[in-house]
Design a protein. Structure first.
Length: 402
């Protein structure tokens, strides 16, 4: 009976023209139609006289639908409720058709017999379209899963040979090399590291697509994470001015080392790292500012993060698809700014996993601002942080022992 669809439908008849429907009146006491449009013969193959026979309607309802149809119609009619349902019937030639059954009025007549008035509509074309859409959706989902599986498999295969390349170049670099040879080795190592970074992003994306990543909530001070990430970006020698600033708008207040968040540390680091790296990539000798704030809202503690730059910015025609996988700001920048367009897609999925929200604003040629807020899974005071870290360390040591 999973095909059967039933619902209350007030004022449904007015939506259809008289040529599109088969009108009828059904006597529930005698279990037969007392009137039915002659058009029933054209649409459902049976002549009108057959429908006047007691029990005929029930007999042609598909066996898998029959019990539920009769039960639903009886209950709704006794309650004098307008209703609608879709079900299957057997046509005279043995084929199966879908009909839309609409009841607009139920009342007792002068003889005390319960009469329903309504229409039948041939729903077979509609059901065929919906079935085709479901099939197309299932095929698209299967193709998407196959793509994700393929990307995961290929990523693993591509990653494997890079590890020995990095290992051997590291050994070579420690040897007695000329300046020219050292430059060649460093070029190999730099290229392999960039390739490894791209593959790691692809692997991360496939894991997120498969839903095989879940949040591991732990307590930590977010300001320390922000300071650490800014130091790492500063080591890239991008020539940009880096600042960590408090966010004090929209009810948020400044954050210090005593403010503790409970969320997934690795996910938060990856979100911020991707946003900061993107800002550094598209900003040449400008400013990159990381904002941090917190507030209590509806008995929850929220933390706000924003990365603002004075870099390239995003064209208006690229904004709508910015968080889509493999989306790039502009293919003309591909040679200067390496990547596959997965960073922001990964960021969006990670923020969603943490129960947060993300957005951005940007002016092409003037810079961008990416901001997100995430809830702390538990309000943790700075005094309880030490206890939390000790418990985490003990848990990790127990795992190693086991």
């Amino acid at each position: 009976m999973h095909h059967l669809m039933m619902r209350h439908t007030p004022d449904k008849l007015g939506q259809y023209s008289s040529t599109a429907v088969i009108s009828w009146a059904f006597n529930w006491t005698e279990q037969r139609f007392i009137t039915i449009s002659e058009k029933v013969a054209d649409i459902l193959d049976y002549p009108a006289e057959r429908w006047h026979e007691a029990g005929f309607w029930r007999s042609i309802i598909h066996p898998e639908d029959r019990e539920a149809v009769m039960k639903f119609c009886t209950e709704q009619t006794e309650q004098r409720v307008e209703h609608e349902l879709y079900y299957r019937i057997y046509c005279a030639d043995g084929s199966i058709a879908w009909i839309q059954h609409i009841v607009a009025l139920s009342a007792t007549d002068e003889a005390g017999q319960l009469i329903s008035r309504g229409v039948f509509i041939d729903a077979s074309p509609q059901m065929e379209r919906e079935a085709n859409l479901r099939t197309a959706k299932e095929e698209a989902e299967a193709a998407d899963r196959a793509k994700t599986d393929f990307l995961g498999m290929v990523s693993h295969d591509l990653r494997t040979p890079l590890n020995p390349i990095l290992g051997f170049t590291s050994l070579l670099e420690q040897g007695d090399l000329s300046e020219e040879q050292r430059e060649y080795v460093q070029a190999i190592q730099s290229g392999a590291e960039r390739q490894l970074n791209l593959i790691d992003k692809l692997l991360e994306f496939t894991r997120l697509e498969r839903g095989s990543i879940s949040a591991d909530h732990r307590s930590f001070a977010p300001i320390l994470i922000c300071q650490q990430l800014l130091r790492e970006i500063d080591q890239l020698n991008t020539g940009n001015q880096l600042k960590l600033l408090p966010y004090t708008k929209d009810g948020y207040g400044p954050v210090d080392a005593g403010h503790i968040i409970k969320t997934d540390l690795g996910m938060l680091q990856q979100i911020l790292s991707n946003l900061l790296t993107n800002a550094a990539k598209y900003t040449e000798r400008g400013k990159i500012q990381l904002y941090l704030g917190s507030k209590y809202d509806h008995e929850k503690c929220w933390f706000y993060f924003a990365v603002e730059d004075t870099g390239l910015g995003i064209p208006d025609d690229k904004k709508e698809s910015l968080f889509d996988a493999f989306s790039r700001v502009d293919s003309s920048y591909s040679s200067a700014h390496e990547g596959m367009g997965l960073g922001l897609s990964i960021v969006k999925r990670l923020v969603d996993l943490l129960g947060g929200e993300i957005g951005f604003s940007s002016h092409f040629g003037r810079g961008s601002r990416f901001y997100f807020s995430i809830p702390s899974q538990e309000v943790v005071t700075s005094g309880s942080l030490e206890k939390s870290l000790i418990q985490t360390a003990f848990h990790q040591s127990q795992q190693k022992v086991n």
